[in-house]
Write a protein that binds this ligand. Structure first.
Ligand code: ZN
Length: 433
């Protein structure tokens, strides 16, 4: 099966946009009636639901932020009683209170539908046996992917995170074709397989993976494929939406944003929409959400969106790779640096593993940026001057890309930290005391 819902997924773009706007008006009307929080937002700029007649009017609604969810902790934004909720997920915040998301049955159904469409779009189906290595529990990845796997008729093995030896044992013993998990955990699996002398291509049937939960790069994808033969497909989402819900299709040319379920805007620093395909801040509106309003939500990610029809035949727009965090940007000696830029340089170096860590210090109040990278085992140099040349090559390229002189330290294989969950790439030890 190529499509999960062919008529809807291939609907002409103008019709789709019309439907999207009708759903948007309807959601605004519903939430204005039910949510004191949202009503206040609309009232603060003198808007009533019937005023939202086009996108320009819609963009007058003030954006929501993560702080709105935290300020209303735990459930102040919910617009339905617990009687009508069937699940609650909680995402851990790196700072402050966690975010609590409630789901009605329809919310769960829509979430599952979005993932079922996405999995079908890269060729997954009932013939697949999926080993789900996402964390089950409060994190949305585990249960979200699990339900969708069952919905498309695949066989789901709910291994969850961790116990890598057992994961690899099951990959070999059962006819697993498909892994789901974070990109860094995929590399961890590959590392451990190497140590055990297991060739994933030869010793397992695993050929594809659904990767999400943390940012990663095109070069990491290529390295994973070269090492393991696993074709990985990205996904994007957050518990504030439902969970992971926008997936890459077989074309691997962006993640399809289901336009009947969500509207994604990409805005510049002044809050104006950027042209199709250009980078800006991702702002998400959920169009059929029941449990709480998520309207013009600034999640803090940087990406782009295009409505150009995909080669797969789907007309729903495609969100580009997440290239940075609006608040991830670090300022070093007055220069804006995104960790994703560092990652792209590392990806260009054939002798480096896709792991890095940035440490910032400021001796004598002068910013110093150290980038720890890791050499691939097969590229270990036998002479020191060879290592010096490699280091210089990375330093020079960083200078070109970042416009900044950084210190590069090449570490031995398997020395930098691998994370099962979200990787944390920057340690900022600067102090201005
Ligand atoms: Zn496509």
């Amino acid at each position: 099966m190529t499509f999960w819902n062919e008529e809807l997924e291939t609907m002409p773009a103008d019709k789709l946009k019309e439907m999207q706007f009708r759903l948007l008006q309807n959601e605004i009307k519903t939430m204005y009636g039910k949510s004191a929080f949202f009503r206040k937002r609309m009232d603060s700029v003198g808007l009533k639901p019937e005023d939202i007649t086009d996108m320009e009017q819609f963009r007058k609604i003030p954006c929501m932020k993560k702080t709105d969810l935290r300020d209303n902790y735990p459930d102040g934004l919910f617009v339905v009683p617990y009687d009508d909720l069937v699940r609650v997920h909680v995402s851990s915040g790196t700072t402050g209170k966690p975010t609590v998301a409630g789901y009605t049955q329809k919310d769960i159904d829509n979430w599952t539908e979005s993932l079922a469409r996405g999995m079908t779009s890269f060729g997954a189906g009932k013939k697949d046996v999926m080993q789900n290595m996402h964390g089950y529990g409060l994190f949305t990845g585990g249960l979200g992917v699990h339900y969708a796997g069952e919905r498309i008729g695949a066989t789901v093995i709910p291994t969850g995170v961790g116990n890598t030896d057992r994961q690899i044992q099951l990959m070999q013993d059962l006819p697993v074709t498909f892994l789901a998990g974070t990109p860094s955990y995929m590399f961890h699996i590959a590392d451990v397989c190497d140590q055990k002398g297991i060739d994933i291509r030869r010793d397992t049937k695993v050929r594809k993976a659904l990767c999400g939960g943390e940012p990663w790069s095109e070069s990491m994808r290529k390295k994973l494929y070269d090492r393991t033969g696993i074709k990985a497909y990205s996904c994007y989402g957050a518990s504030e939406f439902y969970g992971p819900m926008f997936l890459e299709c077989s074309e691997q040319a962006g993640m399809h944003v289901w336009a009947d379920l969500a509207l994604v805007e990409i805005l510049d620093k002044d809050g104006n929409p950027v042209p199709d395909g250009e980078q800006g801040e991702v702002v998400v509106t959920m169009l059929q959400k029941e449990a709480f309003p998520l309207i013009r939500y600034k999640i803090g990610d940087i990406s782009s969106i295009t409505w150009e029809k995909c080669k797969c035949g789907r007309t729903h727009p495609r969100l580009g790779r997440i290239t940075g965090r609006a608040d991830d940007m670090i300022v070093v000696r007055g220069i804006n640096v995104f960790p994703s830029q560092v990652e792209s340089v590392i990806g260009e170096m054939p002798f480096l593993a896709p792991f890095y860590h940035i440490t910032l210090t400021n001796p004598n109040y002068m910013d110093k940026m150290v980038v720890d990278v890791e050499i691939l085992p097969e590229c270990l140099p036998d002479m020191t001057d060879q290592l010096d040349r490699m280091t210089q090559q990375v330093v020079d390229r960083m200078k070109e890309i970042l416009n900044l002189k950084v210190v590069v330290k090449i570490n031995l294989p398997n020395t930098l930290e691998r994370c099962d969950g979200k990787s944390k790439h920057v340690t900022d030890n600067r102090s201005w005391d």
